[in-house]
Design a protein around this ligand. Structure first.
Ligand SMILES: *Cc1c(COP(=O)(O)O)cnc(C)c1O
Length: 391
């Protein structure tokens, strides 16, 4: 084809925005001598709770830890059933298995790709204990419907908000709707602390229980037992987990939270450019945004209308790689994973909406560090591949 130049430098699928303030804040922690959970973790929890409008926030070493403890708060146990969607990261479901419970999948809404509330009630049995809705890609689930169903059947709601820092449902930030909400600060997420997560809740009983079991089950302010005014004496009423966040992570979290608005504005700008460009291509479907949500644009996912193309999704990804663009797929449905097939009898064919969607999707690079040239390059390349391979 014509004189189009393939870029020399690989465009990564994702890069965190780490600036001088993050570096200085981490160095400050290292110099302070307080490396584990300490004053910065407490400050980060306070600021995060204030930001989402929740009464409590408990910082942890991952969203996976938070999702696990949310099910502890729900008293989920062996033989119980927990409802979620297969269009998620395995952690949303693995944590259900960690509790000895059975994951019960519900197909997704064909537009939002979040759990389809219309299909939830058919899956509720006397053993159902909880629902784990996933705010997919930064788009909110239909929370009014989910909360209505949960209330009617007395179910616990543990929201997986790994993609949903900044997401709103009906003008309210995600983080204070369900019983518990878990956010991720993994390296690729909208706010990153390397590894990290936080659980928010408005319930006093949950906050108190999880505060303890996120740190070995030690009671009182055990995190401060080496500090001035702290006490060496503690008790363990329940054997807990080692899930606490460190002040080194919280240093990053505090800086990232302070620049969240700026980072999100950039994500919105890029998403707009993509929407405009890809909206004009017949062979591509752009992400849908329901009127009830503010999208956090954690992921930008295009759907290839594969019946209009001479190549499939996998081959399309190979082409993007040849042009030096990193991409990903979110997600390989969890019911395709060997463990879930072998253990619970799930099989391909069980969730038609998820399965059809999975064959079409590609997550394109979208992060605040991308330059306008990077964005334009992605647009140009997608257009070129479509031109070459459309039927
Ligand atoms: C990233 C992610 C998680 C896990 O987050 P960690 O902080 O890495 O434990 C859970 N659920 C979803 C949907 C995710 O994308």
């Amino acid at each position: 084809m014509s004189e189009f130049k393939v870029r020399e430098k690989f465009l990564p699928y994702c890069l965190p925005l780490i600036e001088e303030d993050e570096i200085n804040e981490v160095v400050d922690s290292l110099k302070s001598g307080w490396l584990s959970t300490g004053p910065k973790t407490r400050e980060f929890e306070k600021q995060f709770a204030d930001y989402v409008g929740a009464k409590y926030a408990i910082a942890m070493n991952s969203a996976t830890a938070a999702l696990h403890l949310a099910l502890e708060a729900a008293d989920v146990g062996p033989g119980d059933e927990v409802i979620t969607t297969p269009m998620t990261f395995c952690a949303s479901v693995n944590t259900i298995v960690h509790m000895g419970a059975i994951p019960v999948f519900v197909d997704i809404d064909p537009k939002t790709h979040c759990i389809d509330p219309k299909k939830i009630e058919k899956k509720i049995t006397p053993k159902t204990k909880a629902i784990v809705p996933v705010h997919y890609a930064g788009h909110s689930c239909d929370m009014d419907e989910i909360m209505r169903i949960a209330k009617k059947h007395n179910l616990f709601v543990s929201e997986d908000a790994a993609h949903a820092v900044y997401t709103k449902y009906k003008n309210k930030l995600i983080g204070a709707i369900g019983d518990c909400t878990s956010f991720s600060f993994y390296a690729t997420k909208n706010i990153c602390t390397g590894e990290g997560g936080i659980l928010t809740t408005n319930r006093d009983d949950i906050a108190q229980k999880l505060r303890e079991i996120s740190l070995h089950g030690m009671n009182k302010a055990a995190w401060n037992r080496y500090g001035k005014g702290g006490s060496w004496r503690y008790d363990v009423e329940n054997p807990g987990y080692k899930y606490n966040m460190t002040d080194i992570q919280a240093s990053l979290g505090l800086c990232q939270l302070s620049k969240l608005e700026r980072m999100q504005k950039r994500r919105e700008e890029i998403a707009e450019k993509y929407n405009k460009a890809f909206g004009e291509i017949n062979e591509v479907t752009t992400p849908y945004t329901a009127s009830y949500t503010r999208h956090a644009w954690h992921l930008y996912i295009i759907q290839l209308e594969v019946e209009k193309l001479k190549i499939d999704r996998d081959q399309f990804i190979e082409k993007l790689k040849e042009y030096n663009i990193g991409v990903s797929v979110h997600f390989i449905p969890v019911h395709y994973m060997s463990f879930y097939k072998n253990t619970f009898g799930y099989k391909v064919g069980d969730f038609p909406v998820v399965e059809e969607y999975f064959e079409k999707i590609i997550s394109l690079p979208l992060y605040p560090k991308m330059s306008d040239e990077d964005v334009q390059y992605v647009i140009d390349v997608v257009e070129r591949i479509i031109e070459e391979y459309k039927k």
